[in-house]
Design a protein around this ligand. Structure first.
Ligand code: AMP
Length: 395
């Protein structure tokens, strides 16, 4: 069974064709600048790269060119689109309607459209991707895999904000959480590596990348996660502020004469480690300058402290923690960041083996054998998780 995985952003699109027999990636690629001058498709197969520069005015045109690449007689991966059994789509927001992935039909599309107000930048692009595949590959089953679904097990006391209840009822304002596919994948994998099931364990997953989020997974169920109604809440990130006093918002709006859209832009695009370091949103750049630039050092220490505070608070929610998992760009690659985060958690029984921690992007247990809590690095693979769900629901 071959599954095509599609992840549509507002002006970009990532794809992978996966052979489910051995879960290998047959080909993959990226389309950039959809609807903007200079559209570009980069297709990768067997370590080779093929670039198509052609105007792509919308997602349908982009997907048409993607399918052409997949079918290309020289650098394609299949001969006939019929070889693709189903298509899995990443959908950012499923609101309260979805606690699992789902085969797309008219009702599902209507529910995804209803969530547009909760994710105005993401859901419309995800919808365009599904509609384009419906047109280009009529009859094929589409599966929607939601970033929010895995977090739907949170109890009400953890997902409600302490603001007038009517706003939850009127506008569905509550914590939803994101990166659910990644938290799901790495927590499952952690249990597998330890020869246990998630139901046996209390796990804290740290998805630390350009966007970062944490999740507390208590015996298989997410009980809390750091991102909220939107991906702005939680630990500070590349360009997002994360948690802060909400009163700063009206204060700044008044002082600087800002609109709601201005402040949204500042908190999402001009804050986080970019703002504190004054150098970059990329952790590699900041790590490089940390010895010579005090603000870089502050940005990194602040990030580590905030992640550690979440680990501590999640341990209190679950009456302890058995496993801590690091994943995504920073979590998988930065040994120094992992070391700093775990440094003051000895009281929880965490002991890091610095030799084992000196690893990049590989599944590794980084705690010592006598550590009461297992700390590990697990590279995330959201595309594979989407493909597995798509197979499970369409087989
Ligand atoms: P992601 O959003 O998961 O793609 O992660 C992107 C982030 O990972 C960027 O901020 C990168 O700087 C960071 N990253 C990637 N490799 C490393 C590394 N070797 N050390 C520190 N940060 C890294």
């Amino acid at each position: 069974m071959k599954i095509l995985v599609i992840n549509c952003g507002s002006s970009s699109l990532k794809y992978q064709l996966i052979n489910m027999e051995d879960e290998s990636v047959l080909c993959k690629g990226l389309v950039e600048r959809i609807g903007i001058e200079g559209s570009k498709l980069t297709h990768k197969i067997n370590g080779e790269k093929y670039v198509v520069e052609e105007e792509m005015k919308d997602h349908k045109k982009a997907l048409k060119l993607v399918l052409d690449q997949i079918l290309d007689k020289d650098h394609g991966a299949i001969k006939d689109l019929k070889e693709i059994s189903a298509v899995g789509h990443r959908v950012v927001h499923g609101g309260e309607s979805f606690n699992d992935s789902v085969v797309v039909d008219k009702k599902v599309m209507a529910a995804i459209k209803e969530c547009i107000s909760l994710a105005p930048l993401h859901n419309p692009a995800n919808i365009m991707g599904i509609e384009a595949i419906e047109e280009l590959m009529p009859g094929v089953k589409n599966v929607a895999v939601f970033d929010t679904a895995f977090h739907q097990t949170m109890p009400k006391e953890n997902y409600l904000y302490a603001i007038p209840y009517e706003y939850y009822e009127k506008y569905s304002i509550r914590r939803y959480g994101f990166h659910g596919t990644s938290h799901n994948f790495v927590s499952k994998r952690a249990a597998e590596i330890l020869g246990k099931t998630r139901e046996d364990l209390r796990i804290v997953t740290c998805h630390l990348g350009n966007g970062s989020s944490m999740a507390a997974i208590d015996h298989g169920k997410v009980v809390d996660t750091s991102m909220g109604l939107t991906p702005l809440e939680g630990v500070c990130m590349g360009t997002r502020s994360g948690d802060m006093d909400p009163a700063i918002i009206p204060f700044l709006m008044e002082k600087e004469n800002l609109t709601a859209s201005d402040i949204n832009n500042i908190l999402n695009k001009k804050s986080g480690v970019l703002a504190i370091s004054g150098v970059s949103s990329d952790f590699r750049d900041i790590e490089e300058q940390q010895d010579s630039n005090e603000r870089c050092k502050i940005a990194l220490t602040q990030f580590a402290n905030r992640v550690r505070k979440y680990i501590g608070s999640y341990a209190t929610l679950m009456n302890g923690v058995d496993v801590i998992v690091f994943t995504a760009g920073v979590g998988e690659n930065s040994a120094s960041m992992r070391s700093e985060i775990l440094s003051k958690l000895e009281f929880l029984g965490i002991k890091v083996d610095e030799d084992k921690n000196n690893v990049r992007g590989e599944e590794t247990i980084i705690s010592t054998e006598d550590s009461k809590v297992v700390a590990m690095v697990i590279p995330t693979n959201e595309e594979l998780m989407i493909a597995r769900d798509t197979e499970r629901l369409t087989k």
